[in-house]
Design a protein around this ligand. Structure first.
Ligand code: FAD
Length: 506
């Protein structure tokens, strides 16, 4: 006989993770009779207050929730994002875009970049950006939706994400979740009760005396990891050896006053002991400096940030400490952690909100009954751990693949032994130009190619099939692709024009 279904879900925490979970679960499971979803959050504690750049999967999340994009852009003061511009990462004075979408066009069924590699060998040194509609449109400040119906259009190779005000996004989702029946409870959780034999969490008690019972608890309490870490004692896997950045200082600014339109890109500029982000929203610009405390003091990190702002600060700097890594099991007993409560890899590739989204999707796929079958929990944990590992290796690549030798920090990063998975990828690319995408990992061939090739990893060969195409034909086709992309970009509206045309401008 099957075990009774879960009837009471309790979400502890109302940051981006908590409200994403509440909105998605109430949308998908809300119609089930007898299911109650409660979210507890504490205004006094507040949220981490950062986390505004996303990757394209968020578009699907919003679609799942039935969100109208124009309304979403307006209410969260969002802008579009076609990729990340990396400045000074390869060497001082160099920049490139890691674009969403794909490079070039399919040629003879072989990945485009093999022809680009052959072009390089023939002396055509055009940088990869010129073959990406996302990179070129981003740099030109232009935006249009991808063309999904016509595979021959360059716009078919475009993908996009958003940059939004995290506080507004949480409130936007909160409204939807409450309309779908989620009960919000305000207050600070001070006690967590467990079943004396199983250790399952049974109830949380608030400072004001309120008690909330549950069968499934979702820990979205941020870095505190109140249930998973503090109560159930699940250990943290520390990856700071590979990802030494462990602090951030963040500050929002006014938009610069020149009247210039912003590019639909997040910018990451490498600094002496870390990097600085610039995330342009419609009403303000988010800035932050992520750095390694072993190589830079808090004062110097703050000075560095303040010296590189292009607007007027709107508040005082927000200092945040973190450790790169994750809880060894993000699902333990009847507690599933989402967001910072489960782990955090520094925000270089804007992956944290995506990990919340993929955690929710995975939870729905393995949604438990009151039996909490261990084999499913183990599977959930193994898949999640793999996600973290794949992302970690991709992040480490950015630090490892650099020619910078102008500080102790860069010397450390450049000379560190890469993790095995990254080493295998580097060896493969160096020897044959091939990129192996493992087990449907988050980052595609485009992403790996972008960072490897643009940060100076040299492929000594390319696919033999590209060698069969005559040299002048390869060069002609490369030039043609560049022309098609440049022409498509010139016909796209600017981001501001596009936002106004769909009713998404504030
Ligand atoms: P929080 O926002 O910290 O929310 C925790 C919630 O738990 C709050 O509501 C709090 O009140 C509540 N809470 C805690 N304790 C209690 C208690 N005892 N009782 C009641 N309530 C409690 N991600 C991206 O995808 N893109 C980015 O660009 C990005 N940039 C980042 C930059 C930095 C420097 C950092 C540190 C993170 C960044 N992230 C980014 C990650 C992103 O901010 C988080 O993944 C996201 O905001 C989710 O946070 P959260 O909801 O898990 O935690």
């Amino acid at each position: 006989m099957s075990a009774p279904p879960i009837r009471k879900i309790v979400i502890v925490g109302g940051g981006t993770a908590g409200w994403m979970a509440a909105a998605a679960l109430s949308k998908v499971l809300g119609a089930m009779p007898g299911l109650a979803i409660t979210l507890i959050e504490s205004e006094a504690i507040g949220t981490v207050g950062v986390g505004e750049a996303t990757i394209p999967q968020i578009v699907h999340f919003n679609k799942l929730l039935g969100i109208n994009e124009a309304e979403f852009m307006r209410e969260t003061h969002a802008t579009y994002k076609l990729g990340i511009e990396f400045v000074d990462w390869t060497r001082l004075g160099h920049s490139y875009v890691h674009p969403f979408g794909q490079y070039g066009i399919d040629m003879l069924g072989i990945e485009f970049h093999h022809f680009w590699l052959k072009g390089l060998a023939l002396g055509d040194a055009t940088a990869l950006d010129a073959y990406s509609i996302g990179a070129m449109a981003g740099k030109a400040g232009r935006f249009y939706w991808p063309e999904t119906g016509n595979p021959n259009s360059p716009l078919a190779r475009l993908a996009y994400a958003f940059q939004f005000d995290a506080g507004r996004y949480a409130r936007f989702l909160r409204r939807r979740a409450e309309e779908a029946g989620v009960t919000r409870v305000e207050g600070r959780v001070t006690q967590i009760e467990q079943h004396p034999e199983t250790g399952f969490v049974t109830r949380v008690a608030l400072e004001n005396g309120t008690q909330v019972d549950g069968e499934l608890f979702i820990d979205c309490s941020g870095f505190r990891s109140l249930l998973l870490g503090q109560t159930l004692g699940v250990p943290f896997l520390d990856w700071s050896k590979w990802l030494p950045c462990d602090r951030a200082v963040a500050i929002s600014c006014t938009k610069r006053e020149t009247g210039a339109e912003d590019q639909p890109l997040t910018r990451s500029t490498a600094r002496k002991a870390g990097w600085q982000w610039r995330i342009p929203l419609q009403h303000r610009v988010g800035n932050g400096h992520v750095y390694a405390s072993a190589f830079m003091s808090e004062d110097e990190a703050t000075e560095t940030l303040l010296a590189h702002l292009d607007g007027t600060p709107l508040a005082s700097p927000n200092h945040i400490r973190f450790t790169g890594g994750h809880r060894t099991r993000v699902w333990e007993k009847n507690v599933v952690a989402l967001g910072l409560a489960g782990g955090f890899l520094e925000p270089l590739e804007s992956t944290a909100i995506h990990l919340v989204q993929s955690g929710i999707a995975r939870l729905l796929a393995y949604f438990p009954s009151t039996a909490f079958t261990q084999v499913e929990i183990d599977r959930f944990n193994a898949e999640t751990a793999q996600d973290y590992l794949d992302i970690r290796d991709f992040l480490v690549l950015h630090y490892k693949a650099t020619a910078r030798n102008d500080s102790e920090f860069w010397n450390y990063c450049r000379t560190l032994d890469p993790p095995d998975g990254l080493k295998a990828k580097l060896d493969m690319f160096r020897s044959s130009g091939r990129i192996v995408r493992e087990h449907n990992e988050l980052f595609t061939e485009t992403s790996w190619l972008s960072v490897m090739a643009c940060q100076g990893i040299v492929a000594s060969d390319h696919h033999p099939a590209a060698a069969l195409l005559p040299d002048d034909e390869v060069l002609r086709r490369l030039s043609h692709v560049r022309g098609v992309i440049a022409s498509a970009v010139s016909q796209m509206p600017t981001q501001d024009q596009f936002l106004a045309s769909i009713g998404g401008a504030i």
